[in-house]
Design a protein around this ligand. Structure first.
Ligand code: NAP
Length: 335
């Protein structure tokens, strides 16, 4: 069974490793490809094949799924990668329909009877075992960028076993599963301020942090412009790669990728005299230590909520084991 994992998270890497292991030890055969956006300069590469650089929007992903004969897609992207998640929903759903002149997918046909098929595509009324975070977002950035992985994200490759060509997929749409870690939970002693987006986070941080004091921003290297408008506070910005955005006049950039410890985070908050922490509600344990440290020091946390889901939500699992079990079930069904 050919599995495409939309990656960029530790869970995606763990799943790829588990599937490669399963392919070695089981009678079930998985072929694993992970796609990465190519945002970071030195990404941690998963087991199996890797394609890097995006697909070129919904049409590009659909073409990739068809020409590569992908049997199932697992969206294991970060909870804030809303555009990619929305593209996955649209592309998978359109794999079984003809393209209209001009390259647009025809309207999906009514769903076939599928409630009992393990390969059934989910509908909005059939949520998975856990709430997911796939969400439609703005349109994608355009053409596919270059690939530095073993494979190519372009969807024009004929598969070696004969499956190939950007044709409607027989047997229904490619199933889509979602692997999404739960968000963080507030604990006693936390002083969290939830906000819907980064502009609101910048505003709330200014309200909580007196002029002349320092704000710790851990929301990534992009979309920092809302903080740049403030000349009165010092911004300590931590990211994997150097920020590509407008920066505040007074700032310090820390390049790091975790995982982090409570001791290390406490030291950092103290050394930089941080008064407010800003974070996305990413969830997971790789970066949770900053919340523990902020709690211990009595610091307020501005927590950016996850993007809202307005479209169909694929069956969603909160951990690798759940997705692995679902994939085994699918593989057994098609074996
Ligand atoms: P996004 O806004 O949802 O997606 C923008 C575009 O990037 C997509 O349309 C797609 O380009 C490409 N893309 C995103 N994820 C991809 C993937 N796994 N494989 C191939 N192409 C991908 O994405 P984002 O928020 O910038 O996140 C980019 C990547 O970083 C994701 O893989 C995500 O898991 C990871 N990440 C994100 C965050 C975060 O806070 N957003 C944090 C940690 C890790 P095309 O339209 O050309 O296909």
């Amino acid at each position: 069974m050919r599995v495409l994992i939309l990656g960029g998270t530790r869970e995606a890497r763990d799943l790829a490793a588990a599937l490669v292991d399963a392919a070695l030890i089981d009678e079930l055969s998985f072929t694993v490809t992970t796609s990465l956006a190519g945002r970071v300069s030195d990404p941690a590469l998963p087991a199996g094949e890797t394609v890097i650089g995006g697909f070129g929007g919904v049409a590009g992903l659909r073409a990739f799924l068809r020409t590569r004969g992908i049997d199932v897609v697992v969206d294991a992207t970060h909870p804030f990668a809303a555009t990619m998640s929305a593209h996955a929903v649209a592309a998978c759903a359109s794999t079984s329909v003809d393209e209209e002149p001009g390259g647009q997918a025809a309207a999906p046909e009514p769903a076939p009877a599928r409630a009992h098929s393990p390969l059934a595509q989910p509908s909005p009324a059939e949520p998975g075992p856990a709430e997911g975070s796939a969400a439609p977002g703005p349109t994608g950035p355009g053409p596919t960028k270059g690939s530095t992985g073993e494979g190519s994200p372009s969807g024009d490759r004929q598969h070696e076993d004969g499956y190939g060509g950007d044709r409607p997929r027989e047997g229904g749409a490619v199933p889509l599963l979602r692997l999404a870690r739960p968000g963080w939970t507030r604990r006693p002693g936390d002083d969290w301020h939830r906000v819907p987006h980064l502009a609101a986070a910048a505003e709330r941080a200014r309200a909580l942090c007196p002029p002349g004091s320092a704000v710790f921003v851990t929301t990534g290297r992009r979309q920092l412009a809302p903080f740049a408008a403030d000349p009165d506070r010092h911004y300590v910005i931590r990211a994997v790669d150097p920020p590509a955005d407008l920066l505040p006049t007074r700032h310090t950039v820390l390049l790091d990728r975790g995982p982090y410890t409570i001791d290390g985070e406490t030291r950092l908050l103290r050394d930089h005299r941080i008064r407010v922490l800003v974070t996305k509600d990413s969830g997971g344990d790789l970066t949770v230590a900053k919340l523990d440290a902020a709690r211990a020091l009595g610091l307020p946390v501005v927590m950016v909520d996850r993007p809202t889901v307005t479209g169909p939500v694929p069956p969603t699992w909160p951990n690798v084991d759940g997705v692995l079990a679902a994939l085994r079930e699918l593989a057994s069904a098609v074996a």
